[in-house]
Each structure stands twice: as C-alpha cells, then as structure tokens.
Design a protein around this ligand. Sequence first.
Ligand SMILES: [Zn+2]
Length: 341
Amino acid sequence: MFRIGVIAATTSAALVLAGSPVLAGPQTVPNGPWIQDQQKVGLERLHSYRQLVDALHQISQQSDGRVSLETIGRSNEGRDLYLAKVGHGSTKVLYITQQHGDEPLGTEAALQLLRRLGNPGTQWRAILDEITLLVVPRVNPDGAERFWRQNYDPDCTGEYCTPGRGFDVNRWHDPAVDPTVNPVPEAAAVQRVFGRYSPSLVVDYHHQGSYVTEDGDLITTSIFWPNTSGVSEAAVTLSKQACVTISDTLTHYGYAEVSQYPGTLPRGIARNAYGLLGAGSVLVELRGGIGQKSSGMLVRTAYVVMASLLEAVAEGTLHQADPTRADLIPLRGDFVEDPHE
Ligand SMILES: [Zn+2]
C-alpha cells in the first residue's frame, strides 16, 4: 500500500518540480545505487525500543560482519544507546536520529539504510571502500517510548529542562560542556562518539511542523548549516556543500520542496556544536504533522538524503558543490505548527 503511494507521489511531484527555477543548474546530483532501492524503502511500522534493538542485531547478524554494533552509553532511564558502524573508508560520516522522541522517521530510514549497506551491491561496496558510516539511531529512546520531545528526567532543573518531563537533548552538545559532567547522558554519548571518531560530516535528522512556500506548495524538508559564532569557514563551507547536495538531489528527483530552516544560535544544538568542532554539520527537518500515507514518503525522503550524501562524499562530488548556492535555498514559508530543531 505504501509502495504504491510512494511511487505515485514521487512521479507527480517530479512533474510539478521539473521546471522549478529555485536552484537552476545543479552540478552535482548523485544518481547512484539508492535509486534502485526504491522498491524496498517505506514505512511499514514504527519500531518500539525493543524492536529497534532486535532489528539492529538482526541487521548486524545478517551482514556478514559488515555492520557492527556497540553500546555507547545509557539513557537517563537506563536504556542502552547503540552505535552502528559500516564501511572501512577513511572518511567518516555520522548520522544521528530522533534526539526528540516524537520525531521517529529518521530512525526508520536509518534502519533501512543499514539493512541495505549490510548486503551491498557492487556500487554500494565501492562507496563503503571510501567511507565509514556511523549511525546513532534514536538518540532519545526514553522520550520515544513516551512519544515526547524531551528525554525522561522529570526532576531536571536549569537550562532547557521541562519540569515533569526532562531535558531537550538537542541543546546539550556544546563543546564547552564536558561529557563527563553533561546532565543529559544521551547528548554526552553522541559527544563521546564524535570525540572518538572525528567524523568529517555530521547530519542530525528531525521533523518539523507543516509549512508552505509562497506558492502554497507544502515544504517537506528544511535544512540548515551552523550559524553560531566561532565556526570555521571550512566547516561552514562543507556544511553548505552538503546542503546544496541535499537540495539538488531532492529537487531533481521530485522528493521535496526544500527550504532553509530558521535555525537559532545556541552552541548546544548539534548542528552548531559539531560545526564548532570543525565538522561539516547539517540539520535535516522532515515535515511533521503527518499521516500514515505521507510517512512512507518521508521515510523515503530521509533515506534518499542519507544515501545520496554518502555517495557524494565517496565520489568527491560533495566538495565540488558551490557552497554559495546554499544561500539561494529559499527561506521557509508560513508558520503552521511549532518548530522542532
Ligand atoms: Zn527535533
């Protein structure tokens, strides 16, 4: 049922967007193995924590050693946090999903990507020779179990705490906060992964509310680069090149209206924090406020972003993208629901 919906939506969107003047002349649209994965990607169900852990172990066991797992810490409520690794290239890419418990679809896309990379075809194997992919799927399992934004720490106090619930995990990545004293163990676990592996590129997957462009088209994806002060020009450039690649790919293949996310300045937001530490660092916001049918499309969209960035990094086209074109990505349209970074 979802597959039919995904293909139909993709086709009609491609027709509508074929003449889009938003970003004329993309130079670097990836076109690799992820295109052929279309039939296998969609939303069948959301994974509970137990199902997520089972799925990760199954993916690893069926991968002939390609996908390895480790635990990188525990949530505030004691759930193990997992890191999945695949590939053996020198360039490392880190994807994190579901820092906000009620934003689940990046996790579903990450599971499908890991499953694909565990049994890669020739094209994927060539990509995995060049990169190592690190994935923290569902950074915030406690919030996910309750389907709310925060972690579970009802007695929390201070900055970015919602009493009775917990902390906003995506405000606690500031490099000035040492992971050993970070009050948010989920953010500290990601900080430690970054410190151990020094990835070149970090992408953080979220959902936002529903927004429309000036023309009334529904925006399905907003993206942004680090904008806090102190991020090196090199890190901003790489982040913008990743944004241009994402925008060109999604627009070219008709997956989404893409816009700039109106990101704020706190250093503890992952997008800013890992930019401050020198990585290319990008926020990806899928549309929220979703029904089951469009959820399958959004999982596919996240999958395409994840897969096409790996291809662009491995083949070197990411570095050929013109970073100044990121500033031409349109600003997000009218406010419909709460923002979610
Ligand atoms: Zn979010």
